[in-house]
Design a protein around this ligand. Sequence first.
Ligand SMILES: NC(=O)c1ccc[n+]([C@@H]2O[C@H](COP(=O)([O-])OP(=O)(O)OC[C@H]3O[C@@H](n4cnc5c(N)ncnc54)[C@H](OP(=O)(O)O)[C@@H]3O)[C@@H](O)[C@H]2O)c1
Length: 387
Amino acid sequence: MIDTTRGSKSLHVPEMMDAWVIRENRHGSPLNALRKETIRVPAIGPTEVLLSVMAAGVNFNGVWACRGYPVPLSGLKTGYDFHIPGSDAAGIILQVGSGVERWTPGDEVIVTCNVSCHQCPACDGPSSLACEHQRIWGFETNWGSFAPIAKVQVQQLLPKPPRLSWEEAGSYGLCLFTAYRMLVTQGGLRAGENVLLWGAGGGLGVFAIQLCLLFGAHPICVVSSIEKANLCRRLGAELIIDRQRFDLTQQVGIREFGRELRHLTGGEDPDIVFEHVGQATFPTSVYVCKRFGRIVICGATTGYDLTFDVRHLWMRQKSIIGSHIANLYEADQANRLVIEGKIQPVLTHTLAFNQVPEAQALQEDRYHLGKIAVLIGAPESGMGRQI
Ligand SMILES: NC(=O)c1ccc[n+]([C@@H]2O[C@H](COP(=O)([O-])OP(=O)(O)OC[C@H]3O[C@@H](n4cnc5c(N)ncnc54)[C@H](OP(=O)(O)O)[C@@H]3O)[C@@H](O)[C@H]2O)c1
């Protein structure tokens, strides 16, 4: 029964909910930072939606949020002294604001985590990513997906792929959409190109592999375990490097790595380097990238103070390109690839609602493969498939 009495269409919305919450006085490891607390369900504005979260994806940004580093909770200036993290979700719309026309309570959706003001020239012009109020939902905003009910902006909504379970649907958005923008928009990926993928068996990597293959490019996968190498092969990659064979802190190790790369590709250097590791890999990325090639970077797991030999950059006219999440158009294009079955979620761990801190800790340790998800409202795995 849909209630329209308060100017917004709604299914039943409880007043309170138990949510996983970070507070500034316990910033640190996920096991300590995340606690379950009873929180009042927020009210929504005209262009917002309340979502009944069925499953949530786990991302590395939750690790940064727990650590309060590089930005502590107070630095986010959300107006709240608590933070419900979680930047990926699949669920059912509970309530829509009075200005929402394209979605109705009961619709099954996933979310993309890019939020902005949607009122400024940047939002109406070049990209919502250029908006001064651009934020990552659930990371730089409060009402993320590690709670039964989440508040989202209407333009964050995308249709849930009907063939996927709740946890599969909730697992891929942030990483797939980011990898799509990095490779397709910012990197200008073309058929036949060689693409060096750091962390190819991780969250971003498993989608970067699939996108490269879909666009007719050749992924060269860097991993640190046999399990990750096997995962890359299962996704269709053929060229794989075990980074542990090389000491990338030394120039000699970087050169050996470059020789191994050329050996694999038949003498070619990578046209694109897919970067998110930062300090530990950036000198190698700049060195091995092809003349006039592109190093596209969206993160710095190992540290963001980068030191590298800049001669390799200017003498060979390489470009370093920053990339951050994706705009709604890119997210929609990537989501269509999932709906059409051209890109698969790569979900390897599904944990229960009570295990959110453990799930976030699993993400932190870098040994996991692909993506991790948590069941929030879904009572068990495998539910939510329509076809
Ligand atoms: N700006 C954005 O929009 C955006 C979006 C998504 C993610 N990110 C950032 O991108 C980073 C990766 O995210 P993710 O979801 O892919 O994380 P993930 O699932 O933890 O995977 C990261 C991978 O990095 C590799 N790695 C870790 N330490 C390394 C080292 N010292 N040298 C080489 N490789 C190393 C690991 O692979 P191996 O050990 O197998 O080599 C690991 O599988 C995070 O910092 C995240 O915050 C940014």
